[in-house]
Design a protein around this ligand. Structure first.
Ligand SMILES: Nc1ncnc2c1ncn2[C@@H]1O[C@H](COP(=O)(O)OP(=O)(O)O)[C@@H](O)[C@H]1O
Ligand SMILES: [Mg+2]
Length: 231
């Protein structure tokens, strides 16, 4: 498997009146293409900060981060934005769909913003997440789990190299979470997308090829599961 990214001794420290907060305090790991990583850790352990650094939403204050053999820009918002546009997809806990647009139109809008409107691919993506019968419905007319699957289709519409999610099933019941995760895994396999998802839910570990646990801004365990990236 080809190497996708590498972080080494990555730090994100905040200077606050109460002292230095070490949100990330020496994170080192590598990710290969095709991995599906679940990131677990208690509240305040640095999970969101790590996703923000991975996606160049935030700038690390120390250490090294390379993506596809190039240094990831930091402290330059234009370069960070173009890095993110080219490489990163993001699925949010709250689906952020536009309520006045149909399911299909929500996807078409994203394609348009990226300059490549392609209705047949939009339908293919909705098919991939099991929403072929809902394309002309509005977000308010479908369930929360279905809305999250629209958001997943939207996040992969631009073919990101790395797909990130922060508590993306946090609002869903267990059965719905499982359906969403199944849709996500099959979409990632089909589109050859590497993924990393933050969760509190140990039940999602079964969807991952690798589980990383962090605490106090440090990796405390990093283990492969039995799942094969291509199966
Ligand atoms: N802007 C900030 N200023 C100061 N401390 C922050 C800031 N953002 C996050 N932190 C601190 O960094 C630590 C990690 O936060 P976060 O990454 O949000 O944790 P998690 O997502 O695991 O709950 C926490 O102690 C949090 O209070
Ligand atoms: Mg968080």
């Amino acid at each position: 498997m080809n190497k996708l990214l590498q972080m080494k001794d990555l730090e994100r420290h905040y200077d606050t009146p109460a002292g230095v907060v070490r949100a990330l305090d020496g994170i080192s790991f590598e990710v290969s293409e095709g991995e599906r990583i679940i990131l677990l850790g208690p509240s305040g352990s640095g999970k969101t900060t790590l996703l923000n650094c991975l996606s160049a939403l935030d700038s690390p204050t120390g250490g090294y981060y390379r993506f596809l053999d190039a240094e990831v820009p930091r402290n330059n918002s234009e370069e960070m934005t173009s890095f993110r546009r080219e490489n990163i997809g993001y699925v949010f806990q709250f689906f952020n769909l536009l309520q006045d647009l149909t399911v299909l139109e929500n996807i078409l809008l994203i394609q348009e913003l990226a300059g490549k409107k392609d209705p047949s691919r939009a339908k293919e993506l909705l098919n991939l997440v099991g929403l072929e019968d809902e394309v002309h419905r509005f977000p308010g007319e479908i369930s929360g789990g279905q809305q999250q699957r629209v958001a997943i289709a939207r996040s992969i519409a631009k073919r990101p190299t790395l797909l990130l999610g922060d508590e993306l099933t946090g609002n869903l019941d267990t059965e719905t979470s499982n359906k969403v995760m199944e849709a996500l895994v099959s979409a990632c396999k089909q589109e050859n997308i590497t993924s990393m998802f933050v969760t509190h839910d140990e039940g999602l570990v079964k969807y991952a090829t690798r589980v990383i646990r962090i605490d106090s801004g440090r990796i405390v365990s990093d283990q492969s599961t039995n799942a094969n990236p291509s199966e």
